[in-house]
Design a protein around this ligand. Structure first.
Ligand code: GDP
Length: 479
């Protein structure tokens, strides 16, 4: 609909002055506050190098998962292992992986690519997300991707239901993902599986033995007891869920993780959820587009195609995508580029990345702040969710050159903002840039106490925009 010059400029990331100039050159006299009609704003978008799209791309995204197809096949379930610390999540993931490698054909060297598949004698497969714990799950869900079909809740038979067990139950419930309980460490003499069952009952997880429907298996990651039974149970649950896919369509999936690798550049693990991905396919992921140059499976073998349920390492990214980003293969490069442009404009108008905490409300306060700190360099302490995000931010920050004001990253780490990050920011007059992660409670107190500025972002593009704005403010304090 109609939009002000200012709002439009913001959306397409150009100075409103530029838009005013453009309109003046076209013989229209306007100010930043003038309201433009749809035709005029489309003209501006086109002139400014953006393709105007009122329809088309939205449809494409809406059809992301709802692909029409004639063929439906069963697809492997995707499983995430959750549970309290030390209850055996990592051990179980490793044990399940070993079992599958041993029974499979000649395996290559096991690579940790963020997910793996176990292949059973029956030919059936189960995909495991290879990051134990809750963070990956939450991060994915926050980014709108639902990759997990089933949660395996690990509860140590000698320890029972604990804080993170309860947390996992809550995640499962809020995201509507069924639970299978793995009562682990059953080899221990102190194991009390029935105590675990009744404790679970108190938290609304009613296993079969207690008259409910939740499936449970007593296992030992250590002695590998009942691992086959666990896999069978997962398959049984999957069967009840009737998980299907259409392998004959274009690939859709989710980025599980990404990193830089010497000689390969940016590498991302994509979990294929529908369709088939082939070498040479054009794709988009988050705000990136590219072409599949090469693919590797979890054993490091080169593969030519990847089907639903399969995690593959994909080469061909110009930068690191973020875990949780949706991945989609498209017909043409031009279409992919258009889609990314559209996503960028969406990201710009998206309010999800708000400035939190102590950033002074208006720019004169901010200028005041800088003045009081006597800064000529904008120092940043960066905390991000994954290495890939840090790389993405670093890459974009490098591109910013700002005459008199320098930009310097003094710390760049994966993980939540901790007290030491806040202290570092305080002592070095830095601003904390938090990306897709969170603030630890003690650090939160310190931030308030020490009045440290914290920027909170989920989109690289937005984070960079804000840093640029800050630099501009440093350069020209509006007091
Ligand atoms: P996580 O924190 O949930 O990933 O737990 P880990 O897999 O790191 O396991 C925590 C500890 O429990 C380690 O010392 C494991 O060796 C041990 N452990 C894991 N599974 C078993 C099991 O089935 N039996 C016994 N006896 N110990 C186990």
């Amino acid at each position: 609909g109609p939009i002000s010059v200012q709002d439009l400029s913001e959306k397409i990331a150009v100075k409103s002055q530029k838009v005013v100039q453009l309109l003046e050159s076209l013989g229209k006299s306007v100010t930043a506050y003038s309201i433009l009609d749809v035709e005029t704003s489309e003209l501006i978008i086109t002139e400014m190098g953006h393709k105007s799209q009122r329809v088309g791309l939205e449809d494409l995204e809406a059809r992301w998962w709802g692909v029409k197809s004639k063929t439906y096949e069963d697809r492997p379930p995707v499983v995430t292992i959750m549970g309290h610390v030390d209850h055996g999540k990592t051990s179980l993931l490793d044990a399940l992986r070993e079992t599958s490698v041993a029974s499979g054909e000649k395996g290559g060297i096991t690579q940790h690519i963020g997910a793996y598949q176990t292949r059973l004698k029956s030919g059936k497969q189960v995909t495991f997300i290879d990051t134990p714990g809750h963070e990956a799950f939450i991060r994915m869900r926050e980014r709108g991707s639902a990759v997990t079909d089933i949660i395996v809740l690990v509860v140590a038979a000698d320890d029972g239901v604990k804080a993170q067990t309860i947390e996992a139950i809550r995640h499962a419930k809020t995201s509507n993902v069924p639970i299978i309980v793995a009562i682990n460490k059953i080899d221990k003499t102190t194991a009390k599986p029935d105590v675990v069952r009744s404790e679970l009952l108190n938290h609304g997880v009613v296993v079969e033995k207690m008259g409910g429907e939740v499936l449970d298996v007593e296992v030992s990651a250590l002695t590998k007891k009942n691992l086959d039974a666990l896999i069978e149970t997962i398959l049984l649950q999957a069967e009840m869920m009737e998980l299907t896919c259409s392998p004959d369509t274009k690939a859709r999936g989710t980025i599980i993780e990404s990193h830089m690798r010497k000689g390969h550049g940016h590498v991302a693990t994509v979990l294929i959820q529908n369709g088939t991905l082939r070498k040479g396919d054009i794709f988009v992921a988050g705000l990136l587009s590219g072409k599949v140059r090469m693919m590797f499976d979890a054993e490091g073998h080169v593969v030519q195609k990847a089907t639903p349920g399969q995690p593959v390492e994909v080469l061909g990214f110009s930068r690191s995508p973020l875990s949780g980003d949706r991945f989609m293969s498209l017909d043409q490069e031009s279409q992919a580029r258009e889609f990314v442009e559209w996503k960028k404009s969406q990201a710009l108008s998206d309010d999800s990345s708000e400035v939190t905490s102590n950033l002074p409300e208006n720019s004169s306060d901010l200028a005041q702040y800088f003045k009081s700190q006597n800064v000529k360099t904008l120092f940043l302490v960066i905390n991000a969710d994954v290495q890939g995000s840090l790389e993405g931010l670093a890459y974009e920050l490098e591109k910013i050159h700002h005459g008199e004001v320098a930009l310097q990253v003094i710390s760049s780490e994966v993980g939540p903002v901790s007290e030491s990050d806040v202290m570092l920011a305080k002592t070095s007059n830095a601003i904390i840039l938090m990306f897709n992660t969170y603030v630890l409670p003690d650090a939160r107190k310190l931030i308030d106490q020490e009045k440290v500025i914290l920027l909170n972002h989920q989109i690289v593009y937005r984070a960079i925009e804000e840093v640029k704005t800050l630099l501009e403010k440093l350069l020209a304090p509006e007091i």
